[in-house]
Design a protein around this ligand. Structure first.
Ligand code: ADP
Ligand code: MG
Length: 315
């Protein structure tokens, strides 16, 4: 099957996904990830429908198309390599598609076996990349381990790349509090649940921080922070129930502290990614690395994490 010059390999499937069909496709000698959006559906076979309904559907599609195209363009602009590049977004027939650079991912098991310093570097990369979206006023909205791809660089080091911007939104235009939120309950921030219950409030970048804190715990230990599973199904429920999550002491001290600050119940108290990044950039910070990881960071004033991206050649 071919879609807009992309030769689809096999069929698009819904594996790991509720809201899309995806697979891989080749174009001009390169392989891409391709995703078909289940929603919205453009009224191509319009003759059988009421004209008013056709118009309404077209208007919904147009709004979706304009907003998504602009959002993806801005996300691409934010990226300095570790937000996976969105190649194209288009409609073909009744469906919308997105194509992306294909990431040859390695499994989380490999990440778990990496030395601690490597996992620290992965966490810094994620703070930096998602922080760039935040500085642009964009919330990812679906941070979770499944939406982070781990890629092995030619040097053998592993880097983390962020995918799946389908739930992303501008903080200035948050989802309507009465709308259903499509995030994963495992990573849901307490305020997201509160908003759904009360049908008021606005989600902010702090929801990404909460979710990323949980992801970091998984990167360091393979597990989410602990809570009473006989009483609660998800971390946010435990937090809202007044329980403290329990954070593993396997995690290096400063990063354990960082994760605690990232998963604060009240969003106002939660650390921001900009503050988090400042912590290892400022002289004397305990998060400042003493290993060779930042080698090459000259006096150019470039951020250490930024230097890493360039040095790794992973742009
Ligand atoms: N750029 C990519 N390269 C390789 N695999 C990808 C890429 N983007 C997504 N995937 C794989 O496809 C799955 C579904 O994609 P995702 O964008 O997360 O869609 P969904 O919104 O359905 O979760 C991901 O969990 C991942 O396994
Ligand atoms: Mg996903």
């Amino acid at each position: 099957m071919e879609i807009k010059g992309y030769q689809i390999r096999g069929e698009l499937k819904t594996t790991n996904s509720g809201f899309s069909k995806w697979g891989f496709a080749d174009k001009n000698g390169k392989t891409y990830f391709i995703k078909e959006f289940i929603d919205p559906v453009y009224p191509v076979y319009a003759d059988v429908l009421e004209p008013a309904l056709v118009e309404r559907k077209k208007r919904i599609c147009k709004e979706f198309e304009d907003r998504t195209a602009l959002l993806y363009r801005e996300i691409n602009e934010c990226s300095d390599g570790n937000l996976v590049y969105i190649e194209e977004f288009f409609r073909e027939g009744s469906h919308y598609y997105l194509t992306m650079e294909k990431v040859a991912a390695v499994s989380m098991n490999l990440v778990k076996r990496m030395p601690r310093e490597d996992r620290i570097r992965i966490c810094k990369t994620l703070i930096h990349s998602i922080g760039r979206m935040h500085q642009r006023g964009i919330v990812h909205g679906d941070i979770k381990l499944d939406n982070i791809m781990f890629r092995q660089l030619p040097s053998g080091k592993i880097t983390a790349k962020v995918i799946d911007f389908d739930n992303s939104f501008w903080e200035s235009e948050p989802p309507d509090p009465e709308e259903e939120v499509h995030g994963d309950p495992v990573y849901m921030a307490p305020e997201t649940f509160r908003m759904m219950e009360e049908e008021e409030g606005a989600l902010t970048r702090a929801i990404d921080v909460f979710a990323l804190g949980l992801v970091f715990h998984q990167i360091f230990t393979g597990e989410l922070p602990g809570f009473d599973h006989s009483r609660y199904d998800y971390p946010f429920e435990a937090v809202l129930g007044g329980e403290e999550l329990s954070y593993s002491y396997e995690i290096p001290g400063e990063w354990r502290e960082m994760i605690i600050r990232m998963t604060e119940k009240e969003e106002e108290k939660r650390i921001s990614l900009v503050e988090a990044e400042q912590m290892w950039k400022s002289p004397g910070s305990r998060l400042r690395s003493t290993t060779g990881e930042t080698k090459g960071a000259g006096s150019s004033g470039e951020s250490e994490a930024g230097t890493f991206f360039t040095a790794a050649g992973d742009l």
